[in-house]
Design a protein around this ligand. Structure first.
Ligand code: FMN
Length: 446
């Protein structure tokens, strides 16, 4: 499923998020620039702001810093600024430059290829796509000089988001009103995802666990954490506040996600327990070890000394294992259990095992994940599901039809796709079930 089919664009968080420089020049419409930055950040973009000197007379750099999460770039000839992310670095960093509002003066500067302030210098030094959203008095807009500048800019490959006509801040009526921030953001990077999880605290586990045998050895599994991290990013992009409890993985922490690192299953349970009661969603993607060594040696376990008898005895070694806690079942059985989704990674009887998990653990949805060798062969790259960027799952959940004793089980197969897009679909399927459950809990409490 791509974003066209989704009807909205979710940032491909799995890959790099779009890097956008927002330039603000000195027009009255600068009061809309913070909203534009927020709309871009909501769509997963990374934003850096450049302000002209005149722009800072209309809104403060502090406001722009707060909404973008980064210091604002203002001065071209400042040694301190150049020592940080200088104008050339900023120009290289940008994948897209949007100037909103773009004043008549700014358009003139760009059309002439000037570079006597930071904004024009960054534009001139960048290979990024440049987009301008002009805003000005209607006479200024219609003036032949402005129109000539716009033609020159279009000839240079600059995209002009033509202003709307209507009532203006100066009291006149006509063309020159800047497009609304939501529309500019949509034109730049696509429509925003619906806020399906607005106000929801989502707790997500990811990665493998590590069950120590001694200080240097342990039992673990092939989980890379990619599916769990993709779930965290998708939940975030749908508006949730995400806490990610992660086993040992080599993945970057997704932006705007709170990550807590753990190692063993028991540590994971402890971290999950601390957050479960304040969470409305729980998505258990981590591949948690069912068993752990009964004892953990304080020092590295050594081979026996090399006597003949010891050598014979050391051909075999037994490990005693004890059962680990079942984190998903523990959360799903809480009195005020969050809406819970469990992943069932299986190499055989995938659906039968998933059905059993759904019925026995009291979870709301299971994502059955075949991870055997056939799955490896089925991926384009030949990569294993563990560690690969693609996956396919079958969702199982109890349907509204069917009685309490034997509820009908709904089964939905989600085709192989990028793990992030798969996470998006899982949340889209879960959201109505979550709403149904919340409604049922509410009416039961009455
Ligand atoms: C109250 C006020 C509002 C202004 N609004 C606009 C405007 O909407 N568009 C515009 O092109 N210029 C506007 N100007 C003029 C610019 O601020 C002026 O041309 C300035 O030099 C622009 O500098 P910059 O392009 O470097 O930001 C306004 C000036 C004032 C005093």
């Amino acid at each position: 499923m791509d974003s066209m089919q989704l009807g909205y664009t979710l940032p491909m968080s799995w890959h790099e998020n779009k890097r956008i420089v927002v330039g603000v020049s000195g027009g009255i419409a600068a009061y809309k620039s913070p909203t534009l930055v927020r709309r871009l950040v909501q769509r997963g973009c990374q934003v850096r702001v450049v302000m002209s000197r005149a722009a800072t007379e209309f809104i403060t750099p502090l406001t722009m810093q707060a909404v973008s999460g980064h210091p604002v770039h203002q001065h071209l000839l400042a040694a301190e600024a150049e020592a940080g992310m200088g104008h050339i670095e900023l120009a290289r960093w940008a994948e897209q430059i949007i100037i909103a509002p773009a004043t008549a003066n700014c358009l003139a500067n760009l059309a002439q290829g000037r570079s006597d302030d930071l904004l024009s210098a960054v534009v001139l030094a960048s290979a990024a796509e440049v987009v301008v959203a002009p805003a000005m008095n209607q006479q200024m807009w219609q003036h032949p000089a402005t129109q000539r500048n716009l033609t020159a800019l279009a000839d240079n490959g600059v995209r002009v988001l033509a202003p709307m006509a209507g009532a203006q801040a100066c009291g006149e009526t006509g063309p020159g009103r800047m497009l609304e921030p939501e529309d500019i953001a949509t034109l730049l990077v696509g429509a925003a995802p619906p806020r399906l999880l607005a106000g929801v605290a989502a707790l997500i586990t990811a990665g493998p666990t590590w069950e120590a045998l001694d200080p240097v050895r342990g039992l673990t599994n092939r989980s890379s954490g990619k599916m769990g991290y993709a779930m965290a990013m998708a939940a975030r992009d749908f508006g949730a506040q995400v806490t990610l409890i992660s086993g040992p993985v080599s993945l970057e922490t997704p932006r705007r996600v709170k990550r807590i690192d753990v190692s063993s299953a028991r540590q994971m349970l402890e971290a999950v327990s601390a957050y479960a009661s304040q969470s409305q969603w729980f998505i258990a993607v981590a591949a948690v070890a069912d068993y752990r060594p009964a004892t953990v040696a304080a020092h590295k376990i050594k081979k026996p000394a090399a006597t003949a008898a010891a050598a014979k005895a050391s051909q075999r070694m037994s490990l005693e294992l004890v059962k680990n806690p079942d984190i998903l079942a523990a959360v799903a059985s809480l009195r005020k259990a969050p809406f819970s989704i469990g992943f069932a990674a299986e190499t055989e009887h995938t659906l039968a095992n998933a059905r059993q998990k759904l019925m026995n653990k009291g979870v709301d949805m299971i994502a059955a994940n075949y991870v055997g060798e056939r799955a490896a062969k089925a991926t384009d790259s030949g990569a294993h599901v563990f560690g690969g960027d693609e996956n396919a799952v079958t969702l199982l959940y109890k349907s509204e039809r069917g009685g309490r004793a034997e509820p009908a089980i709904q089964q939905v197969a989600l085709a192989k796709t990028d793990k992030y897009q798969l996470a998006v679909q899982i949340i889209e399927h879960g959201a109505p079930l979550f709403a149904r459950k919340a409604k049922a809990v509410k009416s039961a409490a009455k």
